[in-house]
Design a protein around this ligand. Structure first.
Ligand SMILES: Nc1ncnc2c1ncn2[C@@H]1O[C@H](COP(=O)(O)OP(=O)(O)OP(=O)(O)O)[C@@H](O)[C@H]1O
Length: 259
């Protein structure tokens, strides 16, 4: 097994009386694709937000490349960049695709605008959307908007290579897409993983079986605040674990409480 890149140790998080994460341990290893699955409302998005440093846990520790993170991402830089691709593409409707993808560079860097445009176009090429920089999000399909949000997650300041995301967090990237559009996104996720030096590790939350099978190497199953099962994709297919069997079959009968 490769070196741990991100480690959560004993992480708990409640919203009021709702204990969403209960003493969770989780590791993302260098170069791995980790799938996070589980029933709706079970804390998958919350765990991604904790990993990204956007939500503070109530208890527990987070290590990024062995360095303990204090506070949220805004309180101090992690040793490696972490990019998040949100469930909704979360683009600014009033900005063009180019302005969306280059948003952080335009706002916070001193890079000349022409250079930012080049960097944005490189990333748009990478996600297969050359030449759409002047369009607005409302003019794109759902799948295209997701691809634009991928480009935005991986664009970074070449003067600050440490900010380039070494790990990407995908929250339901194929939700709401037809099977073919889903395949395009799944292929893209794998391609981005294999692009030299970019995003070699990722965690992906998904409900879609095809996405689990095609984008994850290892899977964890989250339920009632805890990691209830983990294993490889092959093991996921074969396991007799009652939670996994019920989840994959979609049955309403079994140990998963149907609320
Ligand atoms: N900011 C918040 N304030 C209050 N409750 C929250 C907040 N964020 C999440 N929750 C609650 O925490 C629980 C877990 O939410 P989360 O979005 O992490 O689940 P999920 O597994 O990603 O769900 P889904 O599969 O439906 O997207 C839910 O009951 C949700 O209502």
């Amino acid at each position: 097994m490769n070196e741990p890149l991100i480690e959560l140790k004993g992480v708990s998080k409640s919203f009021g009386d709702n204990k969403v994460l209960d003493n969770v341990d989780l590791t993302i290893y260098q170069g791995e694709a980790l799938g996070i699955i589980g029933p709706s409302g079970t804390g998958k998005s919350t765990i991604l937000r904790v990993i990204a440093g956007l939500t503070a846990p109530d208890a527990g520790e987070i290590y990024v490349q062995g360095v303990r993170r204090e506070g949220l991402i805004e309180d101090g830089a992690d040793p490696v960049g972490i990019g998040m691709v949100f469930q909704q593409a979360a683009l600014f409707d009033s900005l063009t695709v180019e302005q969306n993808v280059g948003f952080l560079l335009y706002q916070y860097s001193k890079i000349p605008r022409s250079r930012i445009r080049e960097l944005v176009n490189e990333k748009l090429d990478m996600v297969g959307l050359s030449g759409i920089g002047s369009r607005y999000p409302s003019e794109l399909s759902g799948g295209m908007r997701k691809r634009v949000s991928f480009a935005r997650a991986v664009v970074s300041n070449p003067d600050k290579p440490q900010d380039a995301p070494a790990v990407l967090l995908y929250d339901e990237p194929t939700a709401g897409l037809d099977p073919i559009a889903s395949t395009v996104i799944e292929d893209l996720i794998r391609q981005l993983q294999c692009t030299q030096g970019v995003c070699a590790s990722y965690a992906i939350v998904t409900h879609q079986e095809s996405t689990i099978r095609r984008t994850a190497d290892r899977v964890i199953f989250l339920y009632q605040g805890k990691v209830q099962w983990q294993g490889s994709i092959d093991e996921l297919e074969k396991t007799e674990h009652p939670l996994i069997k019920q989840f994959l079959s979609g049955s309403v009968h079994g140990p998963i409480h149907v609320g």
